[in-house]
Each structure stands twice: as C-alpha cells, then as structure tokens.
Design a protein around this ligand. Structure first.
Ligand code: LLP
Length: 422
C-alpha cells in the first residue's frame, strides 16, 4: 500500500498535489512519501515480532539523507557497501552499532573508517578480505566483528543481473569453504566471528529460494557451534520483492516471509539481521514527469516524456516494468497503446513499450510508479542532463531534499588542464 492517490481528480502524494510540486520544483522529479516509508518499515519490522531482530535498511536502495533520517527515527539500522554509504548512514542519525558493512571489494581505508566508527559487523566476502581486515584491525588495536557471507548456491529465480546466490556469482564465500574460513578466523587476533550472513538476490517473488538458502545456513550455524564457534546471529540479507506489476507479480507479504523465517529458525537461540531495501523504499517513491511530445510513428505512438534513462535506469538496465499513471484522473476507461520514451539518444531510453494508457496530451503530467528504490541512486547526468532532484512529502508539507543542480554546477566539475587554458 502506498500514499499516492487521486483526490478530486488529480494525484496527490499524501496531502500534497503533484501538480504543485511539478510547478514549484519542475520535472522530472522524484517524490517520496514519508507515511509510506514509515508504514513499510513498521509492517516489515512487525513481521519479526517475538524475535530478536535488527532491520538494517539497505542504503543502496535510497541513500537520500532525508529518507535515511526518516527511517533512523523509526529505529532502523543500515546495511552499507561503501565508506560513502557509511558516512551517509551515520550523518542521518543511524547509530554505528546498528550498521553492517557488506560488499565484495572493501578497501583498507574503508575498513578503518568503519572500525573507527564502531560498526556492528563486517560481512566478509572472501579469504583475502579477511586477511586485510585482520591486519587493519590489528594496526588499530581493535577487534573486527565479522560474519562470513556464504554463497549457498541457490537460484533466487530473479533477473540474472540481481541474482547473487549461485556459485557462479561473485558474492559470498564458496559453500564448501565456509567451515575452514571460520577456523581461520579463530586464528586471527584482529577478528572475532559473531555471525553468518547470506543474501541470494533481489526482487524475489517466491519464498522457496529464501527457505532453501536459510535452511542451509541454519545447518551451517549448527555445525559451526558444534565446532566451538560462538555464532550469535544470522544475517539473512534483503531481497523480498514488491509488486511492480500487480497483474503479473504477487510477492509474499512481509508477514509470510517472517513466518517462514520463524519456522526455519525453530528454537535456535540467535538474533537475526535483515537488510531490506526495495521493500521499504520502492513503493514509497514515484518519478514525476511531463509529457513533451506525442509522436505518431509508422506503427505506434510515442509519448516522449521529460524523464529519461539517466533519471531512472531500471527499465533500460533490467527491462524492468514500472506502472505509469497520469496525474489527472482518467475520466473514462478508454485506453490506447503507446511507447513511453525519454529524450536520451539511445533506443534503450524506453520506460514502456505498447503500454495501455489513457490518451495524453503534451503538458500532461505522469507518474512512473514504484521508483523509490534504485531510482535516484542510479541516476546520472548522461547527455549533460541535470541530476534529477528529490522531494519528500510529509502529510500536507513537502521539502526539496536534493535540489536540481544547475548546468553550471555540472560543467564546473570539469577542469581544463593548463595546456588548454592559454
Ligand atoms: N543486502 C545486500 C548484501 C544486497 O546486495 C542488497 C541488494 C540488499 C541487501 C537489498 O536488497 P533488496 O531488499 O533491495 O532487494 N539495482 C537493482 C537492485 C540491486 C540490488 C543489489 N543488492 C534493481 O534496481 O533492481
């Protein structure tokens, strides 16, 4: 459920008119709903009631300071994958002891920053990374809490670019090596094993692969404990999908996901960490755009909008479906088929092909839905288009939480070398 709905014939975000935002901030622009973010965080957290669970929002999904601060106020932790994300999470008020650090390529400097901050745990993804983390921690006179991210070799049955749990994927330590790696950790003075970590992919719409992976991990935890390792918690990663296309997808609810996890854990005495990203932020955001031109092609109608693949990369990158709705409430059920495309000079700059839509005219506003996760964070300035701004709505108020930079700001990042300035 989200808080974008028609009121008196036009779409509102909570109690703010999207037309007002378009007029005052301009388009394209991302609009997020506080009530939706908070609701998703609460519904997800409540699915784990009765368990000792820490919900660490995957910052990569939406790293805007205002979004992170909204979630921090609800008690969220953070899953970060770079020093930049670590700093973002800390600045937004997420305490270090609720931050986990994932990622296959952490640099020594990033490890040092996280150790200095005092994060909850490093999710380590390779043996060489373990050795580097150990030496960084030893030099600092600290002990790094680590979980090994294991690769359970389970097919997440999602888009191949966001599947991470098969042995051919770069993520996690090979399943057959996991126990040896814990034995090695026990020998390293700068490390302390505290848990086991797994994340098999993103936008999973079926509980089966999660269950298969979690059962494997539980078996591993039991074997590790039997060999004398203290394993206090299990990090189950993120990945629960959302209904981008309600006609095609019906992912399990957080409640069902939580019940499955409770069943798999049984009476295992351990706390859990969860790293949801998309589920919290996805349907809490839309991309608001204006229709520029209606072009009649040989065999199709192109709706050329002012948002493009540099603002929302998901359709070009993953052939992802995003619903598109006009801001003016349609007055009839009449629809036509149209291709929604952006101004960027690539055929891949297409948001939808042959999409049934109410007939639109230049100047009409449309919302590209479910764009709150992996939207603004993946945006760029390709074609020297200004970085897309972000707005956060809270009831009847809104604030620009990332302003649109000017073309001068953008070009000002480039510098001429001295041989070109004379
Ligand atoms: N934890 C780890 C270690 C991850 O790698 C990810 C996502 C998450 C948690 C959060 O997963 P979520 O709950 O959001 O599914 N750009 C792609 C998605 C990339 C996901 C990368 N990792 C997209 O737009 O679909």
């Amino acid at each position: 459920m989200d808080h974008f709905s028609y009121q008196n014939g036009e779409m509102f975000a909570e109690n703010v008119s999207l037309k007002t935002i378009a007029r005052e901030v301009g388009t394209p622009v991302y609009v997020y709903s506080t009530a939706t973010l908070v609701r998703h965080f609460k519904v997800f957290s409540e699915a784990f009631s009765g368990l000792d669970a820490l919900v660490c929002f995957a910052v990569k999904a939406n790293s805007n300071q205002a979004v992170l601060a909204t979630l921090a106020a609800e008690g969220a932790g953070a899953d970060v994958v770079s020093e930049g994300e670590l700093i973002r999470a800390l600045r937004a008020g997420i305490p270090a002891d609720k931050i986990v650090f994932s990622g296959v390529g952490k640099k020594a400097g990033e490890m040092a920053a996280a150790l200095k901050a005092g994060i909850k745990q490093f999710n380590v993804e390779s043996e060489p990374e373990l050795e580097v983390l150990n030496s960084v921690a030893e030099k600092m006179g600290l002990i790094a809490p680590v979980s090994v991210r294991v690769n359970p070799d389970v097919d997440a049955k999602t888009h191949h670019k966001i599947a991470t749990g098969k042995s051919e994927n770069k993520f996690g330590i090979a399943w057959s090596k996991a126990e040896d790696v814990y034995a090695r950790i026990a020998q390293l003075p700068g490390l302390r094993a505290t848990g086991v970590d797994v994340h098999i992919g993103s936008q999973l719409t079926d509980l089966g692969p999660f269950k298969a992976a979690f059962e494997k991990v539980l078996g591993l935890v039991k074997r590790l404990r039997a060999s004398g390792h203290t394993i206090d918690h299990i990090d189950l990663g993120g990945g629960l999908g959302i209904p981008y296309d309600p006609a095609e997808e019906s992912p399990p609810s957080p409640g069902l996901y939580g019940a499955m996890i409770k069943e798999v854990l049984g009476d295992m005495d351990c706390s859990i960490i969860l790293e949801p990203g998309r589920l919290i932020a996805g349907n809490a955001g839309i991309l608001l755009s204006e229709l520029l031109y209606v072009k009649q092609g040989e065999d199709r109608i192109f709706y050329i909008v002012d948002a493009a693949m540099n603002d929302l990369l998901r359709p070009a990158m993953y052939d992802a479906f995003h619903a598109i709705q006009p801001v003016d409430e349609p007055q009839s059920d009449h629809t036509i088929a149209a291709d929604f495309v952006g101004p960027v000079c690539e055929s891949g700059d297409t948001f939808a092909t042959g999409r049934q839509t109410p007939e639109l005219e230049p100047g009409d506003l449309v919302t590209v839905k479910s764009a709150g996760a992996y939207g603004a964070v993946l945006s760029s300035t390709y074609n020297t288009r200004e970085l897309v701004p972000e707005v956060l709505v809270n009831d009847d108020k809104y604030a620009v939480v990332r302003a649109r930079p000017s073309i001068d700001d953008l070009i000002g990042l480039d510098k001429l070398p001295d041989w070109l300035t004379r």
